[in-house]
Design a protein around this ligand. Structure first.
Ligand code: SF4
Length: 234
């Protein structure tokens, strides 16, 4: 019986090499390693990993069990030279169907929130912590976040945004490594990564649809983000 690894195309092998994944002769060993090695360092620090290679790597990723239930990966969308990068949690059912983050009612509310601070959806870059949909929209598990986080870090490196807007608890906690609730993380400017990118936390639009009284706080968060970016630009 042919091992799956033998069937990889040249492009797939190159992508795996760039990800420092390596090739394995035995499927069992390969799966063990894929699930136990964090790709963070190799992905985020590999300067050869351009957009296309990164997108290919995500599209064929089997690093965590979420690949089994996806319709497609949800890579990210928007301006790859954006000043603002919006980071959410994980694809939902509609995102999984369409292959784009923040679609549906929550996506429309996000668009309105951005418009309120003078931004069109296409002005920003939008991505999620996880690129595949968790079943029944359950919370991402820590090991899934670990497995996927290198992709997002490389997206941040490639874009070089002036500001990160973390929307919702999962995104905020994962990016900051802080388990505090959103209510305690919002309202101030954090820093992310070696480049010390300003990061502002706000509520997820899906939560705001359920709790419209919190929209005032989300508006205040967006104003804080805009002020921070304006200050940075001088
Ligand atoms: S969620 Fe991320 S790590 Fe898991 S299979 Fe999808 S792309 Fe790979």
């Amino acid at each position: 019986m042919s091992d799956g690894i033998d069937a990889l195309s040249t492009q797939q092998r190159r992508t795996l090499d760039l990800l420092d994944v390596g090739l394995w002769q035995h499927r069992a060993r390969a799966l063990d390693r894929m699930r136990s090695d964090s790709p963070d360092q190799s992905v985020a620090e590999n300067p050869e990993l351009d957009w296309q290679t990164l997108e290919n790597a995500v599209a064929s990723c089997v690093r965590c069990p979420l690949h089994e239930g996806r319709t497609q990966t949800v890579f990210g969308v928007g301006n790859r030279k954006a000043s603002w990068m919006v980071i959410g949690e994980a694809p939902g059912a509609e995102e999984d169907r369409q292959g784009e983050p923040f679609v549906g009612r929550a996506g429309q509310l996000l668009n309105e929130m951005l418009r309120a601070v003078g931004l069109a959806r296409g002005d920003v870059y939008i991505a999620n912590i996880l690129k595949c949909r968790p079943p029944q929209n359950r919370d991402p598990r820590p090991e899934e976040i670990d497995a996927c986080s290198g992709y997002l870090r490389r997206q941040v490196d490639l874009i070089g945004p002036g500001l990160l807007l973390a929307v919702g608890r999962i995104a905020a906690q994962a990016l900051l490594g802080d388990s505090s609730p959103v209510g305690r993380l919002r309202g101030r400017v954090h820093r992310y990564g070696p480049a010390d990118i300003p990061l502002v936390v706000t509520y997820h639009p899906a939560y705001l649809l359920r709790s419209p009284l919190q929209k005032r706080k989300a508006w205040s968060d967006l104003c804080l983000a805009r002020r921070q970016l304006e200050e940075n630009l001088g």
